[in-house]
Design a protein around this ligand. Structure first.
Ligand code: ARG
Length: 462
């Protein structure tokens, strides 16, 4: 028979070309368990409003249970002719309960408020899954920092040697960014805990149903939509989710890029575990950082999902428009990509080996202690402007002579500036430079230890 929900006023069924265009069941089928949960909650408010008897409600819930089981074991699936998951499940219910009872469930709801609700439920579940995977990654990064409390490395700006920093400090910078992403997911989750069910097609329902009861039933902690038009037409929750997932991708790509560089022969800062790197089909010696490269690549795709979605939403008049069917695939994809990427990425970070000697050896190279000379002079009352000049002069002399700053003789120092007494050497060591930066957030081992404790605390509280 005709499975359409709107056959009444049409003489002809849809053209095949329309059916194929219109169908979303191949991608929205993943909403099926949520749709059934929504139906259960809806049946209960129909009963509460006197539109289903207690017996009918019981039969309805039993039918929905059977349908849920058949969906779960794959014995019931939607087809192109069903158009979407909601229509398919209505057919499934009608097949199980007959048209008399099965036909009662649709009263007071529309696919417009249904889909807006289910989509929120689905994304909220996945925000938690992704949040959990992010926490795993942060755990691995914190462990990496903890395992290397005293390893120095060249800190960079413009990818040039800038000042030595602790490796743990650098790793924790990534943890800070990822922790903000995790926080964004939690805040988004709370903001999205509002149910559009009861909004109907756009104007609400005349049947005296209680949207707040449905909201509570479906786990929406902040009740039901205050405005039925907004409930059915708004998708900023989707766009924001797409942003957060894109931001996670971008933050991962920044770590990924460093891993790729650190893993080169020229840097040799890290070695990736065999289980988390790939070989080449032609070059037997190759060991490639594919996980990091895929993270870098997928971040572009996640950004695309966000921008595509925003383009779909732009200038859409209220309320529901069919354009909104295009809202699901991009963020379903963002979930899928992160859920497959994050575990691999965590594995890569948890198993890599740090080449401490190589990092430490390069930490003072490139005159990265020049700032320490300037700040040492400042502490002796020299204006920073002059101190900067003097330290720059030291670099100039070293560069010409092909030596490092600590190789300058006492005479050379004195010639550059009378302020440069031999005591300046006390700051020309990496440990000295690190230890000096002991203010909050600095790279001194003591300051990094404080940060580590705070981060550990924060992770434990999530
Ligand atoms: N499948 C649609 C979507 O994903 C929901 C159905 C609403 N369709 C409609 N003609 N009102 O947005």
């Amino acid at each position: 028979g005709d499975v359409r929900l709107w056959g009444g006023r049409f003489a002809d069924g849809p053209a095949e070309a329309l059916e194929r265009l219109s169908a979303s069941v191949h991608f929205d089928w993943r909403l099926a368990p949520y749709d059934i949960a929504g139906s259960r909650a809806h049946a209960k408010v129909l009963h509460a409003a006197g539109l289903l008897t207690a017996g009918e409600l019981e039969e309805m819930l039993a039918g929905l249970d059977r349908l849920a089981a058949d969906v779960a074991d794959g014995s019931f699936t939607g087809t192109v002719a069903d158009e979407d998951v909601h229509t398919a499940l209505e057919r499934g219910l009608l097949e199980r309960l007959g048209p008399e009872l099965g036909g009662k469930l649709r009263a007071g709801r529309s696919r417009n408020d249904q889909v807006a609700t289910l989509f929120r439920m689905y994304l909220r579940d996945h925000a938690r899954i992704i949040g959990g995977l992010l926490a795993d990654l942060n755990e691995a990064l914190v462990a990496l920092a903890e395992a290397h409390p005293d390893v120095a490395m060249p800190g960079r700006t413009h990818l040039q040697h800038a000042q030595p920093v602790l490796f743990a400090h650098h790793v924790l910078a990534h943890v800070q960014a990822l922790s903000r992403d995790a926080e964004r997911l939690r805040q988004w989750d709370a903001r999205t805990a509002v149910s559009p069910y009861g909004s109907g097609a756009l104007a609400g329902s005349s049947l005296g149903l209680d949207p707040r009861a449905v909201a509570a039933d479906l786990g929406f902690e902040h009740g039901s939509a205050a405005n039925s038009i907004d409930g059915t037409a708004s998708r900023d929750f989707v766009a924001e989710f797409a942003f957060i997932t894109a931001m996670i991708g971008v933050d991962l790509s920044r770590i990924a890029e460093e891993i790729i560089i650190w893993n080169t022969k020229e840097f040799s800062f890290v070695t990736l575990h065999d289980a988390f790197s790939t070989g080449s089909s032609i070059m037997p010696q190759k060991k490639n950082p594919d996980i990091a490269e895929l993270a870098r690549g997928k971040s572009g795709r996640l950004i695309g999902n966000l921008t595509g979605l925003l383009a779909t939403l732009k200038a859409l008049p209220l309320a529901y428009n069919r354009d909104l069917q295009e809202d699901k695939e991009p963020v379903f994809d963002s979930c899928d990509q992160l859920e497959v990427l994050l575990p691999a990425f965590t594995g890569m970070m948890a198993t890599l080996t740090v080449n401490r000697e190589r990092m430490a050896e390069l930490a003072p190279a490139g005159f990265s202690l020049a700032t320490d000379i300037a700040e040492w002079l400042v502490k002796r009352g020299v204006p920073f402007r002059e101190a900067h000049e003097v330290a720059g002069e030291c670099v100039k002399v070293c560069e010409a002579a092909g030596i490092e700053l600590d190789q300058l003789t006492d005479e050379q120092f004195a010639k550059i500036s009378p302020h440069l007494t031999p005591e300046v050497r006390t700051v020309l060591s990496v440990p000295g430079a690190l230890a000096a930066r002991d203010g909050r957030g600095g790279t001194a081992p003591s300051a990094v230890a404080v940060q580590l404790a705070e981060v550990r605390d924060d992770l434990a509280r999530q």
